[in-house]
Design a protein around this ligand. Structure first.
Ligand SMILES: *Cc1c(COP(=O)(O)O)cnc(C)c1O
Length: 357
């Protein structure tokens, strides 16, 4: 396979060994001489996949049996609706921080279900920073945050202490750094950024926050129905869950979250140091809120973009075009991206400076 340095923002890079094992399982899963894609999700062999996936999530998050893990379809966007549907009461309200497009979409859904207060926002500066210094209402049904803002390249470096259930969209930085997962009542993540392929969403929820709305629940939107069904109330996204399991196995085998946190920090330091040093580039976000996953930057002379594009494409780099809301460039450095790929990008930036400064 030719070497492409894949900085795609999502679906994002996966470990090559995981892709190979996944490809094999499409032909011959577990030495059954059957494809993973053509066996019952209730077969013993597949049940082992679901069980191991859940166990790996709990182990990597270091949580106990007061939490349940689900793998559902519908993407993180489905969770924007399921969270308020399952947690927001008729007389209560939800509190949200708005840190970008994804948070805005989560807020939109919550407002349809019930009273929703946006207690802080960074919309005034096109979401280029993380709001701080707000007070979390002690009587909210829950408090919702987005740990990493994929589009703008901002990341919460610490999490607020919170008397109400803390709910977090962790789609783009899940298992990228150590967190105290027990401080969260619900974490959800679409798999396709840092955990697996598109098609399954991981939800880890503390059981005691559920069943309190008094709402008559639609089955498919009810966490408790999915918990009771063991993520198999209906046919689960079998293949995406399997690939996520392999990715989590890869993470665990190599040393877990603290291992990858260290590498992710090295990658981020390498790239941000170059953005700051290089006369031709400028970062787009507040320095203290810079994401270790998605680094957004602009050329000081945007008219030179075609020249820069030629250089990075020639170096085998892919996927660094910025999101249309920010422009410029975005280098996503998810867990599976090697340090070496970031070095290639940094070398290209240096070569660009030498040629055009
Ligand atoms: C990509 C992304 C989403 C949307 O995920 P889907 O699986 O496409 O619904 C939500 N939140 C964040 C932080 C994301 O990066």
């Amino acid at each position: 396979m030719s070497k492409v340095h894949n900085f795609s923002a999502g679906p994002g890079i996966l470990p090559l060994e995981v892709l190979k094992q996944s490809a094999d399982a499409c032909i011959n899963f577990d030495n059954m001489n059957l494809s993973l894609l053509e066996i019952s999700h209730r077969s013993k062999n597949y049940e082992a996949v679901i069980d191991e996936s859940k166990a790996l999530v709990k182990e990597l998050f270091e949580v106990g049996d007061d939490y349940e893990v689900l793998f559902l379809g519908g993407g993180a966007s489905m969770q924007f609706a399921m969270v308020p549907y399952n947690l927001l009461t008729d007389n209560g309200f939800a509190a949200y921080v708005n840190t970008g497009v994804w948070a805005t979409k989560a807020i939109k859904e919550s407002k349809i279900i019930g009273k929703t207060n946006v207690i802080a926002t960074s919309e005034d500066k096109n979401f280029n920073y993380i709001p701080k210094g707000y007070e979390i209402p002690k009587d909210a049904d829950y408090f919702h945050i987005t740990s990493n803002n994929t589009i703008y390249g901002t990341q919460m470096k610490s999490f607020p202490k919170c008397d109400v259930p803390l709910v977090c969209d962790m789609s783009s930085d899940i298992f990228s750094r150590r967190i105290n997962a027990k401080d969260f009542s619900l974490i959800y993540a679409g798999a396709q950024k840092n955990m697996g392929p598109a098609g399954s969403t991981m939800i880890m929820v503390k059981k005691d926050i559920l069943g309190k709305t008094g709402r008559k629940m639609l089955s498919m939107l009810d966490y408790q129905v999915h918990i009771k069904g063991g993520s198999m109330y209906n046919t689960p996204p079998v293949f995406p869950i399997y690939v996520s399991m392999l990715t989590l196995r890869w993470l665990k085998k190599n040393g877990g979250v603290s291992w990858i946190e260290n590498i992710n920090q090295q990658k981020a330091d390498l790239l941000y140091n170059e953005i700051d040093r290089n006369s031709q580039f400028v970062g787009t976000t507040a320095k203290e809120d810079r994401s270790n996953m998605n680094a957004c930057f602009l050329l000081n002379k945007p008219e030179l973009e075609p020249e820069f594009d030629k250089l990075w494409k020639g170096a085998g780099i892919d996927g660094i075009r910025g999101h249309r809301d920010v422009g410029g460039y975005r280098a996503s450095m998810y867990n599976a991206l090697p340090l070496e790929s970031v070095q290639v990008l940094v070398d290209v930036m240096k070569a660009f400076e030498a040629k055009f400064a």
